[in-house]
Design a protein around this ligand. Structure first.
Ligand SMILES: [Zn+2]
Ligand SMILES: [Zn+2]
Length: 431
């Protein structure tokens, strides 16, 4: 696999990989405008600032004008030979539409070819810069090009495209001006979905602001959703709430939170849920064995209702169960392991839904430099598709499972140590 080819273990690679580790650690999704977690040290604060700078970079990339296109963008144009062919879903034993959160740099229309390029049958994208409040409106030609690209690549944008909302938006905001700003950005995204023929819109529910309670945060999110549904009516766009890892003051880590929001929604046809496997696991839902997986799904059905399940984010977890840390790992290399994903792709509840990888793809190349390697996603899509109907007791499965766990062993040990240290500290504090 190309994946191992870029995972060199030379000295250069290990320096870069340490750098990557430090970066990933601080890349845990943070709900903006939430009470930020107090940085444990000045180093952590600095690392956070670095990540912020990096994310701003991405932002620039996402809105780059053609004249300013980076080398990477130019390169992407020249190697348009697909990294993997797209699987005919009708030929799979179960209709699993698997893809990744791809770049929409240069315009939303580019996400379609980026999705096809890695052999995806579903995709996620940002509709505008996810780290900026001010964005130019969706251009008519970008909209038309998106429709044309979907038609040409035979993507049903209404079913298999799952845009991700801005990280800045917190619909649980208590301050009126801040809530207004969040709401305006949110509704603008829903209108973009309508223009693009997209019917599913994924967003983070939010975080408790100020000295508010969890309950009032959930109430405010529901109120904002009702208002957004009314303001955009008539519209087919379903607002899809993502379950969270429960980091900081973030809400939506418990299924009960999702149910409490949904219970207050007037138009239930316009609300749904996206399960992020890493977030669920980090929040304490054990998906590792077939038995525990089925238990979690039954619990979701009992508390939320499977009819609300509209999408999936496919991520392994670098951090252990119930660690409340949002650290995505490559499929099979994390604490979830390959068996969890075998359970998922063989479960009818997930058939037909868009399933999106948000796994890390920064890899060290032969030049010692780190860059995005989209082959990683292409390989992960094929890996997940190969699990459909595979006997988990077969040598083929066991060998894959073992190899991937070995690949992630060092990283898991490192995160386990961090978690252990933190809980030891917490115990001390309590004394
Ligand atoms: Zn998310
Ligand atoms: Zn996610």
């Amino acid at each position: 696999m190309a994946k191992s080819a870029v995972n060199g273990t030379n000295a250069k690679a290990s320096v870069a990989s340490r750098k990557r580790k430090a970066k990933e650690e601080t890349q845990e999704e943070q709900q903006a405008d939430a009470e930020p977690e107090t940085p444990v040290s000045a180093t952590a604060a600095k690392a956070k600032a670095n990540v912020k700078a990096e994310k701003d970079d991405l932002e620039v990339k996402a809105v780059a004008t053609p004249a300013k296109k980076s080398k990477a963008a130019k390169k992407a144009k020249t190697d348009d030979e697909p990294l993997a062919s797209r699987t005919d879903v009708t030929q799979l034993k179960k209709a699993m539409y698997i893809g990744a959160h791809v770049s929409s740099a240069g315009g939303v229309q580019n996400s379609v070819s980026n999705a096809a390029h890695i052999g995806g049958n579903a995709f996620a994208l940002f509709l505008k810069s996810q780290r900026k409040w001010q964005n130019p409106p969706l251009a008519d030609d970008a909209r038309d090009a998106f429709h044309a690209a979907c038609a040409e690549a035979e993507f049903d944008a209404s079913r298999h495209c799952l845009p991700h909302g801005s990280y800045l938006v917190n619909l649980a905001q208590a301050e009126e001006a801040k809530l207004d700003q969040a709401y305006t950005t949110f509704v603008d995204d829903l209108r973009r979905c309508d223009a693009l023929g997209i019917c599913l819109y994924n967003f983070h529910p939010g975080a408790v602001a100020g000295n508010g309670t969890r309950e009032s945060a959930l109430d405010r999110i529901a109120a904002a959703l009702n208002r957004a549904h009314a303001d955009t009516a008539p519209s087919k766009v379903v607002t899809v709430i993502e379950n969270m890892a429960g980091q900081g003051t973030t809400v939506g880590d418990r299924f009960e939170d999702l149910a409490a929001i949904i219970a207050q929604i007037d138009d239930k046809t316009r609300v749904g849920v996206c399960i992020d496997t890493c977030h669920a696991f980090a929040a304490g839902y054990d998906l590792r064995t077939p038995e525990s997986f089925n238990k979690v799904i039954a619990e979701f059905d009992r508390i939320v209702g499977l009819q609300y399940l509209r999408a999936v984010h496919l991520n392994d977890s670098k951090a252990p169960l119930a660690s409340h840390r949002d650290l995505h790992a490559n499929i099979g290399t994390g604490f979830l392991g390959l068996r969890a994903f075998h359970s998922l792709v063989n479960n009818d509840a997930f058939a037909g839904l868009p399933m999106v990888l948000e796994t890390p793809i920064d890899r060290v190349g032969s030049d010692g430099k780190e860059s995005e390697n989209r082959q990683v996603w292409a390989d992960e899509i094929k890996l997940l598709e190969s699990l459909i109907g595979m006997d988990p007791e077969s040598d083929e499965f066991k060998m894959k499972e073992k190899a991937l766990q070995a690949e992630g062993a060092e990283e898991r040990a490192r995160l386990q140590e961090q978690v252990n240290k933190k809980s030891a500290k917490d115990v001390k504090k309590k004394r």
